[in-house]
Design a protein around this ligand. Structure first.
Ligand code: NAD
Ligand code: IPM
Ligand code: MN
Length: 351
């Protein structure tokens, strides 16, 4: 029996709810398939840890996580109680310290799930987000903090190595899909960082003649993702642009609660991290109504990464059937709880 060691980081708000639902589905799917199981260790970091210890995660949290085969995170953040830049620091730190440079965020429409656009053309996109540098580098400071002439400086860092590896990753991903790659920048206004992205794309594209490549500025991309989302396949962008676009692709496909993500270290020199795209949703936390689909599909991405490809596929198929037949959660037009939906996914596994 293969056993994969998983660190669970439920976090705050609905993070705990969607993580518990996911563990239930993963265990049921693996038990049904036979051959592999997951062993879990749970770390109650976030607001609960802050209340007890005055910090959201212990100082040695990176060393603690390094030995696992993968990390599964629910969601972090509770802005009414602690500023987000404090609560969320461990997540950004993890992505950078473990070199989880490829953040893969698929979004698709599902039969039976309503979405806000007029067109009924199915949407099936993947946002690939550079996850290790760019606008998220901890680089800046204040001069004259709190005074009227205060100055804040924050400098993004884009390296040729960083841009090149995420573009190569995206080209390779496009080759496994519909062979279209759209790169998002703002190189008409930001004359250094995104001009580097333009140059590197131009250098790499001839090596991938089988992939159709185009470029959009971030403002145009937000328009086109509403106007013609079905035409996109793989979308690649910097850390900040990938973050913004993956909430948008969640919105146009029906709910942010549907969208999974993988934060990958493709060279496997550290554990990769899997989490839904959404946050801790304080507006609905504690009511049991969070949609666990994004988390469950993140769990499927984790199984795939761990080599449990067939079980991952069976989970995806069960999620599709559960969404199509109901009951579903309120964000996608139903009245079910997240737990009821997860139980329905488990029931569909067996069919
Ligand atoms: P959010 O993603 O938590 O919620 C945005 C909206 O989508 C809310 O109306 C929420 O109810 C809804 N929503 C999100 N997930 C849902 C689900 N699974 N089912 C049904 N509805 C869902 O974004 P926010 O409200 O801007 O942020 C809340 C907190 O989460 C903040 O602290 C933010 O910084 C943090 N955050 C964390 C992560 C993460 O942990 N990876 C990601 C995004 C935001
Ligand atoms: C995400 C989130 C994070 C990000 C926050 C919580 C720091 O929005 O994972 O999409 O901006 O990367
Ligand atoms: Mn985000």
């Amino acid at each position: 029996m293969r056993t994969h060691r998983i660190a669970l980081y439920p976090g705050d708000g609905i993070g705990t709810e969607v993580l518990d639902a996911t563990v239930m589905v993963l265990d049921a799917a693996l038990a049904q398939a036979g051959g592999a199981s997951l062993s879990y260790e749970r770390f109650d970091w976030g607001m609960a840890h802050y209340d007890a210890h005055g910090r959201v995660a212990p100082d040695d949290f990176l060393e603690t996580l390094r030995g696992f085969d993968a990390i599964f995170l629910g969601a972090v953040g509770w802005p009414a109680r602690l500023p987000d830049h404090v609560t969320l620091a461990p997540l950004i730190r993890l992505r950078q310290a473990f070199d989880l440079y490829a953040c893969v965020r698929p979004a698709r429409t599902f039969p039976g799930v309503p979405h806000p656009l007029r067109s009924d053309q199915p949407i099936d996109v993947v946002v690939v987000r550079e996850n290790s540098e760019g606008e998220y580098v901890d680089n800046g400071g204040f001069v004259g903090a709190g005074t009227p002439p205060e100055v804040a400086v924050q400098t993004a860092v884009h390296t040729r190595r960083g841009v090149e590896r995420i573009l190569r990753f995206s080209f390779e991903l496009a080759r496994t899909r519909r062979r279209r790659l759209t790169m998002i920048t703002k190189s008409n206004a930001q004359r250094y960082a995104y001009v580097l992205w333009d140059r590197v794309l131009g250098e790499l594209a001839p090596a991938y003649p089988d992939v159709a490549t185009d470029k959009l500025h971030i403002d145009a991309a937000t328009l086109e993702l509403v106007r013609r989302p079905h035409t996109f396949d793989v979308i690649v962008g910097s850390n900040l642009f990938g973050d913004i676009l993956s909430d948008l692709t969640g919105g146009v496909t029906g709910s942010l609660g549907l969208n999974p993500s993988a934060n990958l270290n493709p060279e496997r020199t550290a554990p990769s991290l899997f989490e839904p795209v959404h946050g801790s949703a304080p507006d609905i936390a504690g009511r049991g109504i969070a949609n666990p689909t994004g988390a469950i599909l993140s769990g499927a991405m984790m199984l795939e990464w761990l080599g449990e490809t067939d079980t991952a596929a069976s989970i995806r198929a069960a999620v599709e059937r559960a969404l199509a037949s109901g009951p579903v959660t309120p964000d996608v037009g139903g009245t079910a709880s997240g737990l009821e939906f997860a139980q329905s996914v488990v029931a569909h596994l067996a069919r």
